[in-house]
Design a protein around this ligand. Sequence first.
Ligand SMILES: Cc1cc2nc3c(=O)[nH]c(=O)nc-3n(C[C@H](O)[C@H](O)[C@H](O)COP(=O)(O)OP(=O)(O)OC[C@H]3O[C@@H](n4cnc5c(N)ncnc54)[C@H](O)[C@@H]3O)c2cc1C
Length: 305
Amino acid sequence: MADNHQLYKKIIKIASEENVMVNKPLKSYTYTRLGGQADFFVTPETYQDVQEIVKLANEEEVPFTLLGNGSNLIIKDGGIRGIVMNLGKLAEMNVNKTTLVVQSGAKIIQASREALANKLTGLEFACGIPGSVGGALFMNAGAYGGEVKDVLESTVVVDRYGELHTLAASELDLEYRTSNILENAYIVLEATFVLKEGDPEDIKATMDDLTFKRESKQPLEYPSCGSVFKRPPGYFAGKLIQDSGLQGKQIGDAQVSLKHAGFIVNRHECTAQEYIELIQFVQQVVKEKYDVVLEREVKIIGEDE
Ligand SMILES: Cc1cc2nc3c(=O)[nH]c(=O)nc-3n(C[C@H](O)[C@H](O)[C@H](O)COP(=O)(O)OP(=O)(O)OC[C@H]3O[C@@H](n4cnc5c(N)ncnc54)[C@H](O)[C@@H]3O)c2cc1C
């Protein structure tokens, strides 16, 4: 592996200096407001730059991490070694009749608003999901009866060798909050959604209704990663946690939300370690009381301090 100075020079040759930051604090890039620094934080502006950075990381054996909108991640206090890439500068959207093509750094909330603006129905479910389009494909994000799988036609991805591929949605194995994007180390660059013509008043009414439900049930006033756990078959994670008497349980400044037991909030300045300890404590208590394993939905990445 090249030393950090040589590596920096190679990265800026590809992505240019203004798109590369060294020792970049990542807290503000995550919804939990947790985590240490990235050695190199790269925000490419073209698909070609993405391809070349991936190739470089592969050839130089540098660890590579993709950070979407940080709404389903806990970054540990020691930060992330190697290259962290964020695609927020690739966020264009184009509509052609009932097809919406979106670059993966755009937010899925923006994509659902673009659909509304073009009188297209199908993406209303995503109007409050705070992820990027890439992260939404990775997780097959969904809410209130809809999910990415229902509307995704195809995607453009980069593989670990920097090669571009156009894949049909069926090739991603999209299932409940999962896909094969991680195992294939794909970087999603673009998504094509197939929607239907609709009445903008109906579309807006649905989005307003879902937003109201979300705001009244979720503790959006505190940083969090959303639902910490997947829905265990036959149960609701929040209900199991509530019935275990864990609501309000706190480790440091991490707390099981008083508003929605499926959420853990960062009350002020908690550490990633406290947040993770609380997740593990909840898993342990629910297993002891109900013999149910709560599988994490949120990803934990990075190094301990
Ligand atoms: C308040 C709140 C409410 C939420 N509500 C919902 C909900 O209703 N439904 C739901 O499904 N989720 C919900 N979430 C979780 C989260 O928004 C989704 O999982 C979202 O899809 C994550 O996208 P992201 O861009 O933030 O991904 P990140 O958290 O940044 O990353 C998650 C994973 O996706 C990968 N990834 C990101 N971008 C790409 C890309 N371009 N190519 C390949 N991999 C990529 C990352 O490498 C990482 O492994 C909620 C979260 C919060 C904080």
